[in-house]
Design a binder for this molecule. Structure first.
Ligand code: GRF
Length: 208
């Protein structure tokens, strides 16, 4: 069983997609051990509660220093013996020590086709605003391992989504979530849970 912890900050629709995929058998060999939010009001915490998954808030705001917050977060993850940490709309910059300790064991979803529209400053609606500004015809989502950079880690899965004339950032965001994010995140977790993902020279080989 792949022991998974999910880090969230907001609504948690990606978390919901993961929960549903575990329930329906799209993701096998996986147990969702804990959901951790930096935001006490994140609806994602309610989603975890509704599904009987352990959930807690660890907020940088409640610690005297960033170091103390980092330590608490790492301890919470370590204590649960996780095989994989999933960032599902997690808006916190992770400590470098966590990233090196969990090398190739942290994955993130980015709402664009990396290496386009990614990197520092590209998060949330802003990504879709930039996509519309440039007029690209295809955008999408990417699941990747997290390394020290911003959106630079090995890519596990991508799915393209059509950009339509007249799209607003909000409309496009919703289409990207429905058609790409909620599908490729469960797909990637299932691959990892079943030992099908190998990282070779910074690139992912999928052994189907
Ligand atoms: C998603 O767009 C995801 O790509 C980004 O943050 C958003 C999270 O949404 N990293 P939700 O909390 O899963 O609904």
């Amino acid at each position: 069983m792949l022991r998974v912890g999910v880090l969230v900050s907001g609504g948690g629709t990606n978390l919901q997609a993961i929960i549903d995929a575990v329930d329906s058998g799209v993701i096998t060999n996986t147990s969702l051990e804990v959901v951790i939010s930096n935001n006490p009001n994140a609806y994602a915490l309610t989603r975890a509660e509704n599904h009987g998954i352990e959930h807690l808030c660890i907020s940088p705001k409640t610690f005297d220093s960033r170091e103390q917050y980092n330590e608490a977060l790492i301890k919470a993850l370590d204590d649960r013996n996780l095989d994989l940490v999933v960032l599902a709309g997690c808006m916190v910059v992770l400590p470098a020590t966590l990233i090196s300790k969990y090398k190739n064991r942290i994955i993130n979803i980015h709402p664009a086709l990396i290496p386009s529209f990614c990197g520092k400053g590209f998060y949330g609606l802003h990504v879709h605003e930039e996509v519309l500004k440039r007029g690209v015809k295809l955008t999408g989502a990417t699941v990747h391992f997290v390394d020290e950079g911003t959106d630079t880690g090995p890519i596990i899965a991508q799915k393209a989504v059509e950009v339509k004339w007249g799209d607003t950032p909000e409309v496009l965001q919703k289409r990207v979530m429905e058609e790409a994010e909620w599908k490729i995140m469960p797909y990637a977790i299932n691959l990892i849970a079943n030992g099908k993902v190998e990282v070779i020279d910074g690139k992912v080989k999928i052994n189907e």
